[in-house]
Design a protein around this ligand. Structure first.
Ligand SMILES: *[C@@H]1O[C@H](CO)[C@@H](O)[C@H](O)[C@H]1NC(C)=O
Ligand SMILES: *[C@@H]1O[C@H](CO)[C@@H](O)[C@H](O)[C@H]1NC(C)=O
Ligand SMILES: *[C@@H]1O[C@H](CO)[C@@H](O)[C@H](O)[C@H]1NC(C)=O
Ligand SMILES: *[C@@H]1O[C@H](CO)[C@@H](O)[C@H](O)[C@H]1NC(C)=O
Ligand SMILES: *[C@@H]1O[C@H](CO)[C@@H](O)[C@H](O)[C@H]1NC(C)=O
Length: 296
């Protein structure tokens, strides 16, 4: 173990620093150790707002490194573990990483994952480096992982394909910035589900609209941002001609097909909800939470 620590120390010295101060550079990523203790979903949102996701782990070296460094960063005696980006809240019930990378390495403690309802999120223990399944609503520190290229805008493919939007803009909390669309997205603070028109009013209150969707990138961003709560969200899609044509409430063009396989199927006036990474239609009086979008 000591030898491993020394090897890591040597690697740090020779790595070209391009991660922001206060973060740890390792391979092609920057790791942010956040010592504020929050729930899993809030932690993921914080990470997305900063250009990354809760950390995914694909080899034993990174796992050991994070456990060791976690012990240094999270030195409060009450802290024994921290959130990593692994959870089994997707409909498949399989354990998956929030950043969409494959589950090609695991380090579960004996008897884990427990596979009991309510323990759907994974933590990494500082003392033994093992993963354990925990209640996602517990509050814990967390590690975000951001690809280094995020800090080198001129070399990221995303920047070269868009018209030079800034890599990061601070959106008003709790909204998150997404560079390819140069927009802020958020579910606001309204936790009570509402019908479509009340939801649209709510977004107007934030200076936005219910979200319109114009690309696979955008819908995937929304899916990764939202799926932690496994529920449906109103989008800005609506039809007021009996389902013949569809529009977005922010009056942007209907230039992308966001429908899930069998949708739309209402054949009446209806509104569009996001579930996973596609939309479906349902009566506008249905009660859902909403995803707002504010174009900058
Ligand atoms: C990062 O920290 C180093 C050493 O403390 C300092 O010289 C440098 O200016 C800092 N860089 C930024 C961007 O804050
Ligand atoms: C979190 O980290 C900051 C910066 O290192 C430190 O000032 C603060 O005391 C820490 N908070 C806790 C609760 O450990
Ligand atoms: C879930 O995992 C099982 C076993 O690895 C696999 O066969 C199945 O295809 C996965 N389901 C989904 C939806 O990915
Ligand atoms: C939980 O389910 C996974 C995948 O089905 C399995 O590999 C693991 O052994 C199960 N854990 C326990 C404690 O039964
Ligand atoms: C939505 O809710 C508001 C307030 O409860 C109500 O006035 C309105 O008629 C509802 N609209 C629909 C389409 O259900």
């Amino acid at each position: 173990m000591l030898k491993l620590i020394l090897i890591f120390a040597a690697l740090f010295l020779i790595t070209k620093a391009s991660c922001p101060n206060g973060s740890l550079e390792w391979q092609t990523n920057c790791f942010f150790f956040n010592n504020n203790t929050i729930g899993f979903a809030s932690a993921e949102i914080e990470c997305v707002q900063n250009g990354g996701h809760l950390v995914s782990i694909h080899d034993v070296f990174t796992n050991t490194l994070l456990a060791q460094q976690g012990g240094i960063y999270f030195h409060e005696s009450t802290i024994t573990d921290f959130w990593i980006g692994l959870n089994n809240m997707m409909p498949s019930g399989n354990w998956t990483w929030m950043d969409g990378t494959p589950l090609d390495f695991t380090d579960w403690a004996p008897g884990e994952p427990k596979n009991v309802t309510g323990n759907n999120c994974a933590t990494l223990s500082i003392n033994d480096g093992y993963w354990r399944s925990e209640n996602c609503f517990k509050t814990k520190p967390y590690i975000c992982k951001v690809d280094k290229s995020f800090y080198e805008p001129s070399t990221t493919p995303i920047t070269t394909t868009t018209s030079g939007y800034p890599a990061f803009v601070q959106c008003p909390y709790p909204f998150a910035y997404f560079q390819p669309t140069h927009s802020c997205y958020g579910v606001g603070s309204l936790t009570v589900p509402s019908n479509w028109s009340v939801a649209e009013q709510y977004c107007l209150g934030y200076g936005g609209h219910l979200a319109s969707i114009h690309s696979v990138q955008e819908i995937n961003f929304l899916a990764s941002y939202l799926y932690v709560s496994s529920t449906q969200y109103w989008t800005g899609a609506f039809s007021n001609d009996g389902g013949k044509t569809w529009k977005w409430s922010d009056e942007t063009p209907w230039d992308y097909n966001p429908w899930a396989g069998q949708y739309p199927n209402m054949k009446s006036n209806a509104c569009g909800f996001l579930w996973g990474s596609a939309i479906g239609d349902t009566p506008c009086s249905t009660l859902f939470r909403m995803i707002c979008k504010k174009q900058l």
